[in-house]
Design a protein around this ligand. Structure first.
Ligand code: CA2
Length: 145
């Protein structure tokens, strides 16, 4: 069995489905987790799915993924736009990194057009709501063994 695909989500995504459904959709993060687990299982893979509101914890998990994961899917949320520390951690990974966003940040406010995470990412899936996560898991599975 290959190592799991880590699926990490950043701040405020625990509120998914509770607020701003017009931007982020009606599905909760638990719904997203279930969809990702199902997609991974169909591909013969396992996932580790976690969310945190804390930058340091997100970085700890990225570091953990260096050894424990076959690939990383990350929705950094607001930290994608601000965190050089997260970028530094991601640059230490030798595994594929798929950046994932529910919305399409490039079509929103100017400040969302840049993410530090993109500088380390193998690829990006954005704009498909909860489906972005599923597609990102599928891409990560295809990029890793
Ligand atoms: O579209 C995405 O997935 C984002 O990463 C979401 C971030 C935003 O800062 C990025 O530009 C794009 C915001 C996450 C906030 O999550 C919420 C979830 C439900 C209700 C309110 C906020």
């Amino acid at each position: 069995m290959s190592k799991p695909i880590y699926v990490l989500s950043g701040p405020n995504l625990n509120l998914l489905g509770v607020r701003e459904p017009e931007i982020y959709g009606k599905q909760t993060l638990d719904d997203v987790r279930a969809a990702c687990e199902a997609r991974a299982a169909a591909l013969g893979r396992q996932i580790v799915f976690r969310q945190t509101n804390h930058e340091g914890e997100l970085i700890d998990w990225v570091q953990e993924a260096r050894e424990a994961a076959s690939a990383l899917v990350i929705n950094p949320a607001g930290y994608g736009h601000t965190s050089v520390a997260l970028l530094d951690a991601l640059k230490m990974l030798a595994i594929p990194i798929v950046e994932c966003h529910l919305s399409n940040p490039a079509s929103r406010e100017e400040f969302r057009r840049h993410t530090y995470v993109s500088l380390a990412a193998t690829g990006l899936v954005s704009g498909f709501g909860a489906k972005s996560y599923e597609l990102a898991v599928e891409a990560a599975a295809g990029l890793s063994a």
